[in-house]
Design a protein around this ligand. Structure first.
Ligand code: ADP
Ligand code: DP6
Ligand code: CO
Length: 333
């Protein structure tokens, strides 16, 4: 525990992003980040966040530097509110300097909020010497960004919705190690900042989309179907269920009022190419999140050939092949 007169506790962690195959879309409690449904994801090796947290008694306020830029008040406030939960555990009011680097485009629908809050949770825990469990860290990361609860673990991860208003019942845990013939080609259609954040998008959908009422049952069915498919390493079934789940989520947004969509013309082009590749015998399925970028689930053994096909329509700089990634780990600061 950091005592008020103790000068500095510092730690740096790397956490990887995760892409949901069965999506989280909607909160039953916005303050606690309790989701309407459970969800299931794959952690990726190629995209991650490095975050250093240094508690310093000399600081009058928390500071937050992202990609070398001192952040403005509203961004600092989000980080401060997150740190407050850890400060309560440690019984300290010591302020901190948070310095973070995203090795993933920020707020582009590539899950920067997932790797960000997982890295921040792990680094804060270590900097304060709290020794919280992975499950406790998943619960805390969830309250920074829901998808971050899943980035506490590697491979395939399930985030349990939990019961009622019980925050401690809503946590992620490993589902399957993903140590098989598996890759995800990420097609970066647009790395820019989205106009509607995930948070706003899901809230607007819940409030106004008549199709949202159908969503929880669809997720329950898809979750029940995808789990045995993952355990059987049946990638075609996993992909088919994941692609359909993503399309149903995007359908809820199109039916929102006002209607909105994260898709761009090149997103459609990428989806079409995936369908074409399937016709040619490739095992390729797409998923999309709150952004225009397309992620293609495929066997690792087909990933290079699939990327080569995408190079005919996209720039090589827009394409990245990712493989299953690990849980967060400390790095030298
Ligand atoms: P994404 O699709 O990238 O997850 P979101 O809208 O869910 O987009 O979240 C983006 C927000 O996450 C940013 O506006 C910022 O508040 C937060 N965020 C992103 N990266 C970091 C970071 N490294 N440290 C702290 N917060 C971050
Ligand atoms: C479409 O976790 O970014 O990517 O909890 O409000 O921070 P907040 O939202 P966030 O939402 C992710 C939505 C999604 C689906 C998913 O990752 O499950
Ligand atoms: Co996010």
């Amino acid at each position: 525990m950091i005592q008020p007169n103790q000068p500095k506790g510092s730690a740096t962690y790397r956490a990887h992003t995760n892409i949901a195959l069965i999506k989280y879309w909607g909160k039953r409690d916005q303050a606690l980040f309790l989701p309407v449904t459970s969800s299931l994801s794959l952690t990726l090796d190629a995209f991650y966040t490095d975050t250093q947290v240094t508690f310093d008694t000399q600081l009058a306020h928390d500071r937050f530097i992202l990609d070398g830029q001192e952040q403005e008040t509203s961004q600092v406030a989000k980080v401060s509110a997150f740190l407050d939960r850890f400060r309560a555990f440690a019984q300290t009011d010591c302020r901190a300097l948070v310095t973070s680097t995203n090795h993933v485009p920020t707020a582009a629908g590539l899950a920067s909020s997932a790797s960000a809050y997982a890295a921040l949770a792990c680094a804060t825990n270590a900097a304060l010497g709290l020794d919280l469990s992975q499950r406790q860290l998943s619960i805390l990361a969830r309250q920074g960004s829901g998808s971050a609860s899943r980035s506490l673990f590697g491979g395939f991860v399930i985030w349990h919705a939990g019961q009622g208003e019980d925050s401690d019942s809503s946590y992620a845990e490993p589902f399957e190690a993903a140590e098989w013939d598996l890759a995800m080609l990420v097609v970066m259609v647009n790395k820019g900042t989205k106009k509607i954040s995930s948070r706003q998008g899901m809230a607007l959908t819940m409030e106004t989309s008549p199709f949202y009422a159908l969503w929880p049952d669809e997720v329950a069915k898809d979750l029940a179907a995808i789990q045995p498919a993952i355990l059987a390493h049946d990638l075609a079934s996993v992909g088919q269920i994941a692609e359909h789940n993503a399309m149903k989520m995007h359908a809820t947004m199109i039916a929102a009022n006002p209607s909105f969509s994260y898709w761009e013309a090149d997103s459609l082009k990428a989806m079409d190419l995936v369908r074409q590749l399937r016709q040619e015998g490739f095992t390729a399925y797409f998923t999309m999140d709150a952004g225009p970028n397309v992620k293609v689930l495929c066997p690792a053994s087909q990933a290079e050939a699939i990327r080569d096909r995408f190079m005919t329509e996209f720039d090589s700089k827009q394409l990245a092949v990712a493989y299953p990634g690990p849980a967060p780990y400390p790095i030298n600061d």
